[in-house]
Design a protein around this ligand. Structure first.
Ligand SMILES: [Zn+2]
Length: 288
């Protein structure tokens, strides 16, 4: 069933868990993530990023209705989210399709302009009953446009989210959650990420809205648990699930006399379901 991000976050906060939000770059990811969530009886979110369109992976027109349909059919609550949108017109397009939440990413913009446009995104989303995620600071790694692709995908401490600025930003925009930077990056990690748990705790105390972690795959089980305990309530997860799917397809292709695409896709869905299940199990585990 369709679910609103605001409610999903509220529930996660009261349980001390995080909601997993997985990228839908194709039908296979959607099938895998929803199957995993249904198996675990846990709420989940699926998201499409504007950058996927620019990378020619998929278009919102094609995948948006599929995401909505899959969410409505699911036996668990599913939020349908637009990830890293940089244009208000693009946000409107997702809202027209029925998306229950959108992310406006104005982190490339000067602070004041980011506030102004985020506020407009909130006004727009409210007309559709949808909720809004926003971002300040910089997330290194693959993201919405080429300028933001950091060469080494590493992050400097001075780029981490400043709690005071974040609070002011959240209060003056009316957003529902904020993507914060505290040591994770998009894409693959070249060396083990060093997360600043104290900063997450401080953000949790300071911010009036839940904290979102981007670049959420490739982190140890223990670090996930620590970061959730510190207050992260939404985790964006994709790269390592896509890797699991790719490796399974590769293995299936090597084993087949004549590799047929539908067989490779099935192998990929199976592996991605397992990967999403492992992630969701960690994100939705309550502290003993
Ligand atoms: Zn992101």
């Amino acid at each position: 069933m369709l679910a609103n991000m605001r409610n999903l976050l509220k529930e996660a906060d009261s349980r001390g868990t995080a909601i997993g939000c997985f990228n839908a770059t194709g039908l296979e990811n959607i099938l895998a993530v929803i199957a995993a969530a249904e198996k675990l009886h846990t709420p989940v979110m699926i998201q499409f990023a504007q950058a996927h369109e620019e990378e020619h992976l998929m278009t919102l027109d094609v995948i948006g209705p599929v995401m909505m349909d899959a969410a409505r059919r699911a036996s668990v609550p599913v939020g349908v989210h637009l990830d890293h949108a940089v244009e208000l017109d693009y946000i409107r397009k997702a809202l027209e399709l029925g998306f229950t939440s959108v992310m406006f990413d104005g982190s490339d913009l000067p602070y004041d302009e980011n506030i102004l446009l985020t506020r407009r995104a909130v006004e727009l989303a409210r007309k559709y009953g949808a909720s809004v995620e926003a971002e300040i600071g910089v997330m290194a790694g693959i993201t919405l446009n080429n300028q933001k692709i950091a060469e080494d995908r590493s992050l400097e401490e001075k780029m981490y989210t400043d709690p005071k600025a974040a609070r002011q930003f959240a209060e003056s925009t009316g957003i529902d959650c904020l993507a914060c930077t505290f040591g994770t990056v998009h894409g693959f990690y070249k060396s083990a990420p060093r997360l600043n748990f104290e900063l997450v705790e401080e953000l949790y105390r300071t911010l009036p809205v839940p904290i979102v972690m981007h670049g959420g795959s490739g982190i140890s089980r223990e670090d996930y648990r620590r970061v959730i305990r510190a207050g992260v309530r939404k985790i964006n997860y994709y790269t390592y699930m896509a890797k699991a799917g790719g490796e399974a397809a590769e293995k299936a292709a090597a084993a087949a006399e004549t590799p047929l695409f539908h067989d490779l896709a099935c192998a990929a869905v199976e592996a991605m379901t397992k990967n999403a299940e492992e992630a969701l199990q960690i994100f939705s585990a309550r502290e003993e």
